[in-house]
Every structure is written in structure tokens, then in C-alpha cells.
Write a protein that binds this ligand. Structure first.
Ligand code: SAH
Length: 300
């Protein structure tokens, strides 16, 4: 039986243990000033300080995945590395169809909404050697993702970024007709309005008992990347609708679905679209549960 980390992470996830902050500071010395003793006397960083969280990410990416100079401007979504790696490991199992996960540059993956961080292409290439195309509507986010790639010239042949100039489109305009991918993945904008983003942030900060100043720091500038009209239900619905128009452009289509109550409507849309195979991959990271909805128009 495979070893299952106690926190529920995928057995191949490297991040099942406590962070080794000494090693991480060695890989990214700028993190050093943000490491301090916790009330229990262990080394820790302040997870409510966005600068500390960004540097922790940079250190994890440098230490475990040989990514240099990773940084994103304040206000952009800072992706937790263990969770994003978990997402990729579950998708690797899906592609493996019950056997070993496929590795190497012959596996082509499309990342819809790659963000400023380009986190899935970076991790997916370093862990499995896959080739990625990342799409993005936000010009500033795309520029930042390009700067990260420029700091890692060895990734140039494996990762490409494309601007989606129509936010209502998913594949159209960024995927050439006849182009084929093994997989498309997505971490969709979850919220349905800028107000919903603010309210979620405020609830989180109330629970943490943090001040207005911290709230400003962590959420100032955030907005467009976290919401779209109709929220994730509409966004994933659009992926499904466009996938049905070009069903063989990807062997597997997939998206994260943050709310389990959205699944029935999305599964109904997939029946309507005549998907041959539909799977829900459950993920757990500590208390947090999420899921990937995956579908294919090929019988396998
Ligand atoms: N993949 C990153 C960012 C996810 S946030 C991560 O996991 O951290 C969702 C991203 O989708 C945002 O960057 C947003 O700008 C982008 N986006 C929104 N609509 C899009 C569309 N139609 N096509 C491509 N990207 C889109």
C-alpha cells in the first residue's frame, strides 16, 4: 500500500512534512528576516503577511523545483505550492489511467488562466517534464509570468504563454484548430463579483482578528483575477460548452470546482455535451477539501 501523508495530500506530494525553514532560507536568503520563533518555540513565518508568504513560495520553488527569481506583484493571487502540486499529482494519475503517470515533454498540457505565478506550468514541468501552454486574459499577470520564465531560460522550450483577448472565451483564439493536448486544467475565478471577493476576504480577516491595515495589505488591488460574471459555475460551464465544440482538442478536459454543490449542474451539462467519461477527483489538504471535475470525449 502507498504511504498516505496524514494531512491527506497525494502520496507523491513532497510537501507532507513540516517545512524545513533552514533549508528554505538557504535556497532563498531573502526569506530569512521573516522567519521567527512561534509561541511553541518552533521556527515559523507569519502566514498573514503577504511578503512572507510570497518569499516562502519563492523559497519552496527554488529549493524543491529549481525555479529561480519567482516573484509576483502585491495584489496578485499567491498560490500555495503544496495544494497546486497536489492538483497536478491527481491529474497525473488520471492521465496514467490506473498505471504509471506519464512523464516527459511529449505530454502537452493547456493551463487555462495561468495567472501571474504560472504555477501549474512551473510545477508540472519540473515534476513530470510535461510541456505547457498557459493562457491568460490579464495583461499584467501575463507580463509577470513572462518575467518568471525569462529568469529560468531552461524552461523556454517547454512553457509557452498566450494572451486570451476575449474574457468570455476559453479555447477560441488561443488554441489553433488541429492543435492537440493530452490535458487541459484550470483553477477558475471562483467568485461572481468584486463584492463577493471583498466579503470573503473580510470574513477571513474577521476570523483571524486582523487589523484594517493587514486587510489592505493582503487584498489591496486584488479583484479581476478572482471573479467573473456567474462565478465558477459559469466559467466551468463555458469550458464544458467550448470543449463540446472541439471535443478532440484535449484527451482529458478538467477544472477545479471549489463548491461541491456546483457539481450536479456541471455533470448535467456534461451529459448534455455527450462526454464519454466523467470523473470527480477528490483532494484533501488538512481540513480543506476540493475536487477536480474531469471529462473526456474519447472512450479510452
Ligand atoms: N492558475 C493560477 C491563477 C488562477 S486565478 C493559480 O492557480 O494560482 C484565475 C485566472 O484566470 C486569473 O489570472 C484570470 O485573469 C484568468 N482568466 C479569467 N478569465 C480567463 C479566460 N477566459 N481565459 C484565460 N484566463 C482567464
Amino acid at each position: 500500500m502507498k504511504h498516505q501523508p496524514a494531512n491527506g495530500l497525494h502520496p507523491r506530494n513532497l510537501h507532507g512534512e513540516r517545512y524545513d525553514l533552514t533549508a528554505l532560507v538557504g535556497a532563498c536568503p531573502a526569506l530569512g528576516p521573516f522567519v521567527h520563533p512561534s509561541p511553541r518555540g518552533e521556527s515559523t513565518v507569519d502566514f498573514t503577511d503577504p511578503r512572507a508568504v510570497r518569499l516562502l513560495n519563492a523559497a519552496l520553488l527554488a529549493f524543491h523545483y529549481r525555479i529561480q527569481g519567482w516573484n509576483i506583484p502585491e495584489g496578485f493571487l499567491c498560490p500555495p505550492v503544496p495544494g497546486r502540486a497536489d492538483h497536478l499529482h491527481h491529474l497525473a494519475d488520471l492521465l496514467g489511467e490506473g498505471g504509471q503517470p506519464p512523464r516527459g515533454s511529449g505530454v502537452r498540457v493547456l493551463d487555462i488562466g495561468t495567472g501571474a505565478s504560472a504555477i501549474y506550468p512551473l510545477l508540472g514541468h519540473r515534476i513530470y517534464g510535461w510541456t505547457f501552454v498557459g493562457t491568460e486574459t490579464n495583461v499584467a499577470a501575463l507580463a509577470c509570468a513572462k518575467a518568471i520564465l525569462a529568469a529560468n531560460p531552461d524552461l523556454k522550450h517547454a512553457l509557452a504563454l498566450r494572451l486570451q483577448s476575449d474574457p468570455t472565451r476559453i479555447f477560441q483564439g488561443v488554441v489553433d484548430s488541429g492543435e492537440r493536448f493530452d490535458l487541459c486544467l484550470c483553477n477558475p475565478p471562483f467568485h461572481s463579483s468584486a463584492r463577493a471577493v471583498r466579503e470573503t476576504a473580510q470574513t477571513k480577516w474577521r476570523k483571524l482578528g486582523r487589523s484594517e491595515e493587514h486587510k489592505r495589505l493582503n487584498f489591496g488591488g486584488i479583484g479581476a483575477e478572482l471573479w467573473c460574471p456567474g462565478g465558477e459555475l459559469a466559467f466551468v460551464g463555458r469550458i464544458i460548452a467550448e470543449s463540446a465544440e472541439q471535443p478532440h482538442s484535449c484527451r482529458w478536459f478538467s477544472s477545479l470546482v471549489s463548491k461541491s454543490e456546483h457539481l450536479p449542474r456541471l455533470q448535467a451539462a456534461l451529459r448534455e455535451a455527450k462526454a464519454e467519461r466523467v470523473q470527480v477527483l477528490e483532494m484533501r489538504q488538512g481540513q480543506k477539501r476540493s475536487r477536480i471535475l474531469a471529462w473526456s470525449y474519447s472512450k479510452g
